[in-house]
Design a protein around this ligand. Structure first.
Ligand SMILES: Cc1cc2nc3c(=O)[nH]c(=O)nc-3n(C[C@H](O)[C@H](O)[C@H](O)COP(=O)(O)OP(=O)(O)OC[C@H]3O[C@@H](n4cnc5c(N)ncnc54)[C@H](O)[C@@H]3O)c2cc1C
Length: 407
């Protein structure tokens, strides 16, 4: 059957737009449908947050020729990570110098990422970008998928050999396809803001586990630190109502004085947190990627990095299938993708879920064991290396884009 596109990507958030850039460089007809313009204040992906990109994600963005723009927009290197358990003895330090790379990762503002991806999409030869347009329905036959969306108040339908759902954690496409998503509510909300401390951050990221939940300070441009503070929804609600002086005092009490006094705070926003696992990642003519396929706790800054590795692997699998003259929507092709992604997906969801559960519990034996764990990571090189490879996005079989090669 003749189709309008080879591949239609639904959702142009960080993951879908990255896939658009990767696939648009291949000899394929690719469409990308996004509901909200990238500059809009209603954009759910390119909002006031920052994202910690792993070293592996930097390599993928270098291969996609997006990195130079991110670097120019103020991407801040993370040279060291300091992990501690507030009020207990354990801590661990991870250092870029020990790994032979310039930085363990980079902190980028989501809006800057949106602008860099938008420019890259505009330069991408084989891509049609349809925005703003909201997908309302998807239907599948044996030989094609059809996607119905609303643009300028009117319904339109396009067909493709494969639909990629990159439409976020509540994925309307996943729901339309009837794929089950198991959501485990963490009973935690992330309070996100940025602060300016008295002392220079020296490119150190701090992950501090507190009785009330994990608290991260990530180095940003202009000596600011991006703050991700996970607490019960009630505590977040109370913190959102405080004036800046009281809020900074509450934050300082949890973070301590490592960076001197906290002087200034930016806008505050809240995000409820959940672990989501889906029953199927692929179906004939359908793939789920990014948050549509998995959401994890932001404790180790891994959600988008995981989604970007979905992108790199999918681009490679589809490129190889295209070259071999295969049908891109065929289940056997998509199984190659799903099998490759299984291990990474499981490792990251287990790591983040384990960290949240172990460190949110104040039972004395558990707190002693987890502090021993931190000391072990600090002192035992193989344990440290394994954690570094996973968090840097370098564990397991790497796709071509993550090795600096075209997909
Ligand atoms: C507080 C917090 C901090 C985080 N920090 C980090 C970090 O430091 N590092 C990291 O790697 N990850 C981090 N993450 C995770 C990261 O934000 C997500 O993994 C990432 O946003 C997922 O991108 P996505 O494109 O899959 O989904 P989304 O960002 O949700 O984008 C989905 C897109 O689909 C569009 N869409 C939805 N429905 C439709 C429709 N019907 N039609 C058309 N378009 C549609 C939306 O408009 C949106 O643009 C963090 C998450 C949170 C909550």
């Amino acid at each position: 059957m003749n189709t309008d596109f080879d591949i239609l990507i639904i959702g142009g958030g960080m993951v879908g737009a990255s896939l658009g850039v990767a696939l648009g460089a291949l000899p394929l007809r690719v469409g990308l449908i996004e509901a909200v313009e990238f500059e809009s204040t209603a954009q759910p992906s390119y909002d006031d947050r920052t994202v910690a990109l792993s070293y592996g994600s930097k390599r993928i963005f270098e291969s996609l020729k997006v990195w130079d723009r991110l670097e120019a927009s103020g991407a801040t290197p993370i040279q060291r990570i300091h992990i501690s358990d507030r009020g207990h003895f354990g801590f661990a330090r991870l250092d870029a110098a020990e790994t032979g790379v310039a930085a363990l990762g980079y902190v980028v503002e989501n809006r800057a990422l949106g602008q860099a991806l938008k420019l890259a999409l505009a330069e991408t030869k084989n891509l049609t970008f349809i925005c703003p347009a909201t997908v309302e329905d998807v239907a599948f036959t044996e030989s094609a998928a059809s996607v119905t969306f609303r643009r300028d108040g009117k319904l339109e339908t396009l067909s493709a050999r494969l639909v990629v759902a990159a439409d976020g954690g509540t994925s309307p496409v996943r729901n339309k396809a009837g794929i089950e998503a198991r959501r485990t509510d963490y009973r935690q909300t992330a309070l996100v803001t940025n602060v300016t401390p008295e002392r220079p951050h020296r490119n150190v990221a701090y992950e501090r586990f507190t009785n009330s939940g994990p608290l991260a300070f990530l180095p940003m441009s202009e000596n600011r630190c991006a703050v991700v503070w996970s607490l019960t929804p009630e505590k977040v609600e109370a913190l959102l109502t405080l004036d800046d002086v009281r809020f900074l005092a509450a934050l300082q009490e949890q973070f301590g004085t490592r960076l001197g006094r906290l002087l200034k705070v930016g806008k505050r926003a809240a995000y409820p947190l959940a672990l989501t696992k889906v029953s199927e990642h692929i179906r004939p003519r359908l793939v789920l990627i990014g948050n549509a396929a998995h959401t994890v706790h932001p404790v180790a800054g891994q959600g988008f990095n995981l989604g970007l590795r979905d992108v790199a692997v999918l681009a490679q699998v589809l490129n190889e299938a295209q070259r071999a003259g295969r049908d891109l929507g065929e289940l056997a092709v998509l199984e190659g993708y799903a099998d490759w992604r299984k291990r990474d997906n499981l490792a990251i969801s287990t790591l983040t879920d384990g960290l949240v559960r172990t460190f949110s519990n104040d039972l004395a034996p558990l707190s002693f064991a987890r502090n021993l764990g931190l000391v072990a990571i600090d002192l035992i090189p193989p344990a440290k290396r394994a954690l570094l490879r996973l968090s840097m996005g370098l564990a397991g079989r790497l796709p071509r884009l993550a090795r600096g090669l075209p997909s």
